[in-house]
Design a protein around this ligand. Structure first.
Ligand SMILES: C[S@@+](CC[C@H](N)C(=O)[O-])C[C@H]1O[C@@H](n2cnc3c(N)ncnc32)[C@H](O)[C@@H]1O
Ligand code: SF4
Length: 485
């Protein structure tokens, strides 16, 4: 693999304890969504527009196994907490047919550029937005187009997302998804309090509506069924949260994924300051305890809990990304693609409009907004950040992907996490301990590329990141870190 040259900012070393503290200080952004502050940290690696085709073709050349993600940017209503690329729902009806044509055009472009027929798909997610809002024939079209373009690894599972409202009201649609070979379905529940759901701009018909949705999903034959629940909202008490988790458990999904609210860039950004790190941690601990008591398992730090033995609960697409760092192609508005050495973002994520994406495809160009040609340190940081979805770094797959051991690349950091009891060796993984899971924002930052570490060190603390004096004292006592100067 030919890696890009690291910039001077990406050749520095910083003391692990200081980086750990910086990650904790900036706990709203030090998470699995990596990199941070592209405009500065990734600037040296930006590819010129005229080189998009050539660099993309070269970066996919030697890849045989990959994932596919297709983004559907339509929702019935836009929830104000949502961080995803979703267009104005008023434009859905007139945009849908044209959007699916564009998706197929984008796929055809990659088909000839990177020779997809030689690639083996090991995972395929149809996400959004709300893909279940689209017409059944449109979803069938993209599934068939993917089948024609790629080789599907035998047993590879396709996953799709729905809202409870669609699953409750349109059983025939849910049935059609299953019949076209989609095996896993994920439904956003988020919260179960009517008043909170309303404040979040969320369409919610009460618990009976959720039950109806689940009945339809099961009747369609889905045996891999996930629900999402969210915590860390302003105005959500720990009791509300416990109640949502308990109601979620009553729905008897196979998997339950808990999302901590990420405020950055959402309609609720200004409310971040109302939620303290302590309450967030209390909620995470309570959710973890309730789920374990109900027979749902997850190692420390992992957000998807599964009650099926031997089944990690995430889609094949996500599991392979997390465990193996498998490259993936993202098609559609604002979608992200990752080869071993390139990271690309499609047009449309900022303006949440189809127009710039459409313009590129209509003139025969790749609809990419930004393409980065990464050095080794950035690619490693990207793989490791994503692996924290499962709370652990798979050492075998790290070595297979990069040809070097984790310990050789991060000697001081590995020594620090082991000495502080934040991570431990488990099987062929370096895994978060329960203590490490509570402060994972600090742990994950240790493996970021140096320029991103510097950004965290220099970044002023913002309102949403305030921590109580007690929490700071506790961290100082446990880890000798000084959070706020
Ligand atoms: C792309 S959404 C699809 C789900 C479906 N549209 C729904 O809302 O029912 C996937 C999940 O991301 C989570 N999510 C959305 N915005 C988030 C945010 N700002 N921070 C953390 N998780 C978020 C929600 O739990 C949501 O169910
Ligand atoms: S949470 Fe789901 S339904 Fe709400 S805006 Fe985001 S993608 Fe759409």
């Amino acid at each position: 693999m030919k890696w890009n040259q690291p910039s001077p900012s990406d050749q520095q070393h910083y003391p692990p304890r200081e980086i750990f503290a910086a990650g904790l200080r900036h706990h709203h952004i030090a998470n699995t969504a990596y990199p941070i502050n592209h405009n500065w940290t990734m600037k040296p690696y930006r590819v010129r527009r005229q080189d998009f085709e050539a660099i993309t073709a070269a970066s996919w050349q030697d890849i045989t196994e990959m994932g596919l993600y297709i983004h559907i940017p339509f929702c019935q209503a836009r929830c104000n907490f949502c961080e995803y690329t979703v267009i104005n729902p008023a434009d859905n009806a007139r945009s849908e047919d044209g959007y699916f044509e564009l998706l197929l055009r984008e796929l055809a472009h990659y088909q000839s550029l990177i020779h997809t027929q030689k690639k083996i798909l090991t995972g395929f997610d149809i996400g959004g937005g709300t893909p279940a809002l689209a017409k059944v024939e449109h979803i069938a079209q993209v599934v068939e187009a993917a089948q024609a373009a790629f080789q599907f690894q035998p047993g590879m599972q396709i996953s799709i997302e729905t809202t409870p409202l669609i699953a409750a009201n349109e059983p025939e649609k849910i049935m059609a998804f299953r019949q076209m070979g989609i095996e896993r379905i994920s439904m956003g529940v988020q919260v179960t309090q009517l008043s909170l759901a309303k404040k979040l701009g969320r369409q919610y018909k009460g618990f009976e509506g959720l039950r109806e949705a689940v009945r339809n999903i099961r009747a369609a034959g889905f045996e891999k069924f996930n629900i999402d629940l969210m915590y860390g909202f302003a105005g959500q008490s720990v009791e509300d949260w416990r109640d949502s988790v308990e109601k979620g458990i009553e729905l008897e999904a196979d998997y339950i994924t808990l999302y901590r609210m990420r405020y950055r860039g959402t309609g609720l950004q200004a409310q971040a300051a109302q939620v303290s790190k302590e309450v967030i941690t209390e909620m995470a601990v309570a959710g973890n305890q309730l789920l374990h008591e109900a027979g749902y398992a997850a190692p420390p730090g992992k957000n998807t809990y599964s009650r099926l033995p031997g089944d990690v609960g995430t889609s094949d697409y996500l599991t392979n990304r997390v465990v193996k760092g498998t490259p993936y192609l993202g098609l559609g508005l604002g979608a992200q693609s990752l080869s071993h050495n390139t990271l690309a973002y499609n047009r449309g994520a900022g303006p949440k409009s189809i127009t710039p994406y459409e313009q590129a495809l209509q003139t025969g160009q790749l609809p990419i907004q930004d393409l980065y040609d990464m050095p080794l340190a950035v690619s490693m940081a990207k793989m490791i950040s994503v692996s924290f979805y499962f709370g652990e770094i798979n050492l075998t797959h790290f070595r297979e992907k990069f040809g070097v051991t984790l310990e050789s690349q991060f000697p001081a950091e590995v020594e620090f996490v082991l000495a502080e009891g934040l991570m431990e060796y488990r099987g062929d993984c370096l895994s978060l301990t329960p203590a490490g899971a509570k402060v994972y924002n600090g742990v994950i930052a240790l493996f970021y590329a140096p320029a991103v570490k510097l950004h965290l060190l220099q970044r002023p603390i913002d309102l949403g990141e305030r921590m109580s004096a007690q929490w700071q004292r506790e961290l100082r006592r446990s880890f000798e870190v000084k959070l706020i100067a």
